[in-house]
Design a protein around this ligand. Sequence first.
Ligand SMILES: C[S@@+](CC[C@H](N)C(=O)[O-])C[C@H]1O[C@@H](n2cnc3c(N)ncnc32)[C@H](O)[C@@H]1O
Length: 219
Amino acid sequence: MGPGALDELAPLSTIFAKVYAARRPRRLAVLGVATGNGLEHVDLHLTGRIVGLDLNLSYLAVARQRLRRLGAALELHCSDVERAQLDAGRFDLVHAALLLEYVDVRVLMPRVASWLAPEGAFTVVLQLPGGPAVEDSRYPSVRALAQATRLVPPGEVRNLATQEGLVERRAFVVPLPTGRRYFAALYEKAGPAGDSEIARAVARACRVPLAKGEPEVPR
Ligand SMILES: C[S@@+](CC[C@H](N)C(=O)[O-])C[C@H]1O[C@@H](n2cnc3c(N)ncnc32)[C@H](O)[C@@H]1O
């Protein structure tokens, strides 16, 4: 991640920590894992497999170095999430923070749904409109990003998730000190029994706000 991303790492890591604590996944996939921000929260007693995907090999090298303690449990693949071959039905949590802005969500959503185990969860963090414009950055590398990304409306993600049988369980707006705002949401794949005990437990756990004073997204 380039300069200017630094202000965003801590909140993204905090969001991941909350999601991770709520789901306690045995098998985790992180899409657009970059340098592994957030994976410092992974507990190897809970999670035996962590798959990280990113297009940028140099980011993955940094992640491997930073996260040596995860050893063989951490599998990092330099691949496009729109083409990567992951095991079907084998992930309890798939997390994608600030990735959907780079990809075709219509292509990605059915793929994610196929990777999730029954009652598995897909968690996303989207950037909302407003805050400092990327185009105004003093860093050319950050300005260049503006050309490659598109803000994805939360409603679009919700609709595509619903089409794939994923139910939105929680959704929050997370305001940042920079003036930017994130949208964080959890979509759950229905298990054979529908609204399971796990789902209810997660809903209870997620009632803890992500940050003080943070509003929940109105429906
Ligand atoms: C804003 S960064 C992600 C931040 C990170 N998830 C975090 O929580 O700090 C976006 C990442 O997505 C990666 N990326 C963009 N398009 C991708 C694609 N089609 N497949 C895999 N990774 C992609 C970029 O290389 C970059 O590392």
